[in-house]
Design a protein around this ligand. Structure first.
Ligand SMILES: [Zn+2]
Length: 216
C-alpha cells in the first residue's frame, strides 16, 4: 500500500492491556515530530476527577503531553485545521461518534493514529474499536504475555477481590477494588452468570450503558 506524504489515513494500534500500545503510539508520534509534522495528541479520560493535563508516557519516563477529551465532539472541536497528524490514546472509552470524526479527519488528509484496548474483560469488542479496526488502512494488534502460562496474551482478565469478575459487571468501573491481568484465550476466565442469562444480559447492558453515560 502506498501512503504518500499527503494521504489521510487511519492507523489502529490495538491489543490487550500491558501490550505496549501507548509506547507504540508515542514512537510513531515522535517520528512525525522529527519529520516536522504538526501533531496533536489526545487521550480519552474517564473521569472528571482526573481533569487537567494528561501525558503519554513510556517506561523510561519520557513522554508527550496529551489533551484530555471525554467525547468525539471534543475531538472535532479541538483539532486545528493545519494539523497533519492526530494521535488518540485509550480510544475505546470514547463514544461511537469517534468513528465518524476519525473518518472525517482522514478524508481531510490527516494521518490519524489511535491506540486502544480491543476487547473488554468479557472478551467482547470494546466500544468503537471493532468499527475503527474495520475502517483503518493499517491495523496492528499487539500482545502482552499471559501471567499464567507465558504464551502471548490477547485478553484482559478482570479480577474483583482476586476472583474472576462475572460477565454482568459493568464494562467500565472506576474507582473499584478490581485489578487486571493479561491472559491468553485458554487462561482467560469469565465465570458463568449466577442468574438467568437473558435477564443478566439485559441488566448488564443497561448497567454498562448507565455507567458509560456517567462519564460521557
Ligand atoms: Zn495463558
Amino acid at each position: 500500500m502506498n501512503h504518500g506524504a499527503h494521504d489521510g489515513r487511519v492507523e489502529v494500534i490495538s491489543g490487550v492491556m500491558f501490550s505496549g500500545k501507548s509506547e507504540e503510539l508515542l514512537r510513531r508520534l515522535r517520528r512525525a515530530l522529527i519529520a516536522r509534522k504538526r501533531v496533536q495528541v489526545f487521550k480519552s479520560r474517564l473521569d472528571d476527577r482526573y481533569a487537567g493535563a494528561s501525558r503519554l508516557s513510556s517506561h523510561d519516563g519520557s513522554g508527550i503531553d496529551a489533551r484530555p477529551i471525554t467525547s468525539s465532539r471534543d475531538l472535532r472541536r479541538l483539532v486545528n485545521p493545519e494539523t497533519d497528524v492526530v494521535g488518540i490514546d485509550e480510544v475505546q472509552f470514547l463514544d461511537d461518534g469517534i468513528v465518524q470524526v476519525v473518518e472525517w479527519l482522514a478524508d481531510r488528509r490527516v494521518r490519524v493514529i489511535v491506540a486502544g484496548t480491543d476487547m473488554d474483560f468479557r472478551g467482547r469488542p470494546f466500544g468503537a474499536m471493532g468499527a475503527l479496526m474495520a475502517r483503518a488502512e493499517v491495523v496492528d494488534k499487539l500482545h502482552a504475555i499471559c501471567v499464567r502460562c507465558g504464551e502471548p496474551a490477547t485478553r484482559n482478565q478482570r479480577l474483583i477481590g482476586g476472583e474472576p469478575a462475572p460477565p454482568e459487571a459493568p464494562t467500565v468501573h472506576v474507582g473499584g477494588n478490581e485489578t487486571y491481568e493479561a491472559r491468553c484465550r485458554r487462561c482467560h476466565e469469565v465465570p458463568e452468570p449466577g442468574r438467568h442469562q437473558t435477564e443478566l444480559d439485559i441488566e448488564g447492558e443497561a448497567a454498562a450503558w448507565a455507567e458509560r453515560a456517567r462519564y460521557w
